[in-house]
Structures are given as C-alpha cells and as structure tokens.
Design a protein. Structure first.
Length: 264
C-alpha cells in the first residue's frame, strides 16, 4: 500500500499540486489546512508590541471574520483537490477552527458562517480523525488533534493561571486518547514530540520562542512507550525533517512538504 503524508497545507495548493499522486491509496494531513496569514500577522504583531511594552491591538469582529473566511476557503479548496486523488484522513491543527468557535462567533455577529470542519467532513472520501483510531485496509492510524501541552505553558507562560488550567484539561484529554492507540502503525498529530524537530529560528517568531524546544512531552512519552512505526507531524515548520526515536520514524513535514511510504 502506498500512503502519502502531507505537512500543514496552510492553503498552499500551488505546492500541493506538484506532489506526485500516482498510485497513492491514502492521503494523511497533519492539520493547519487553510491559509492563516492574516491571523499569524495579527498575533505576531501583538507579541512584538507586548515585548516593547505597548498595549495590545484589539481584534475587531470584521477582522476576525476575514481571518476565518481566509482559512475556511483555502482549506476547503485544498481538501477538495486532494479528495479527487485518494481518500483523505486529517487532524486539526492550532490554526483550524472548531465547530464551537464558529457557531459562537456566528451568533455574536449575527451571520451564518459556514462551519469549516463540517464542510470538510461532507467532502466525499474525507475523514476527520481527531482523537480517533482509524483502520485503513488493516493499517491502524491514530489521529490526535492539536492540544496545548502543560509542558509548553510551563516553559512559556508559567504565570498565566488560566492557560495552565486549560492546558491541564487538554493534556489529560490527550493522554486518555493515546491510551486507546495501542499497536498503531501510524500516529498522525499536529505538533512534534518534545526535543524532536521542534525548534524554530524564524525571524517573524518572537524571540522567546526561538531556539527552544516547543514540542509535546505527552507525544514523546507515547512514542517511547508504544513505538509506532511512523509519526507524521508539522506545526514547527522550520523543524521540517526526519528523526528516529527508538524504532519510530518521525517526520515533521513542514508546510505542505510530503513523505510517501509503502506498507506491504
């Protein structure tokens, strides 16, 4: 069986169209499906202002709507194209919008915005496998959606009690999900394991996030204990590459990078 894993697309249909799809039987996506340039610029500008002691910019409803529609339109475009090549399994990244957020925001602004994840699920041949174990022709694939690991918050926001509380909830949930992923052949997740392909030095990233590990200790622990054959991730784009963790092959596929593997 020939499987294609693609890193965070971020709406880069131009790059995806250059991938060789011949004889591909399944496509895996690591999250961050749509273009998030507007959101990235806004939040990076605020990090920069915060570091300079300047007040944060406020996010207006009109800008929030633009951010969402930019991501929604590009995500559906990418996934529709891929679904014509082969079945698609995907997980959510931190730049993807969940149903709860979209519905609450739609209510707030009095508009019925299309619900991104529902729209992706409705595309023929597409499965969103967030926190689910999927079986494709005998290959066991564990899909883990993006979560904030408590280790990340302790490193970068140790005094933010609300974020620590939220991270504890998300991390406990992720641990419960991973308990069900015994004997998986592939772990499909968004962020890389801690200490593995998880460092960025991009100029647009605030200094506090550069040259430091930003991966998940929960995912690293899972890999060491359960030893899946493959882990495909993204999130830390400059960490794109390959590493072995024990017998597990870990690929950070960056932005729309790809890896083709063969299962006998």
């Amino acid at each position: 069986m020939k499987i294609l894993a693609i890193g965070d697309p971020h709406g880069r249909l131009d790059k995806i169209k250059k991938i060789p799809f011949e004889d591909i039987e399944l496509i895996l996506l690591t999250g961050d499906i749509g273009n998030a340039d507007l959101a990235r610029k806004f939040y990076m500008d605020n990090f920069d202002r915060q570091s300079k002691g300047l007040p944060e910019l406020k996010l207006s409803d009109s800008m929030r709507r633009k951010m969402y529609l930019e991501t929604y339109r590009s995500a559906t475009s990418v996934v529709r194209y891929l679904s014509k090549q082969a079945p698609v399994y995907l997980v959510s990244g931190n730049a993807d919008y969940d149903n709860y957020y979209v519905r609450k925001f739609s209510q707030k602004i009095g508009m019925n915005l299309p619900v991104m994840m529902n729209e992706l699920r409705a595309i023929k041949g597409v499965r969103v496998i967030n926190n689910q174990l999927a079986n494709f022709n005998g290959i066991r694939i564990g899909g883990l959606e993006y979560f904030v690991d408590t280790s990340w918050v302790r490193d970068f926001a140790p005094n933010d009690k609300n974020r620590i509380k939220e991270a504890k909830f998300e991390t406990q949930k992720a641990r419960r999900v991973l308990v069900n992923f015994d004997d998986v052949d592939i772990l499909l997740c968004h962020q890389p394991p801690y200490g593995v392909l998880d460092i960025t030095n991009a100029r647009y990233i605030p200094l506090m996030f550069r040259k430091v590990h930003q991966g998940s200790k929960v995912i690293l622990d899972f890999i060491k204990r359960k030893k899946p054959n493959y882990v495909f991730c993204g999130h830390i784009h400059e960490g794109e590459g390959f590493r072995k963790v024990g017998r597990t092959n870990v690929y950070n596929l960056g932005v729309a990078g790809y890896k083709i593997i063969h299962f006998n």
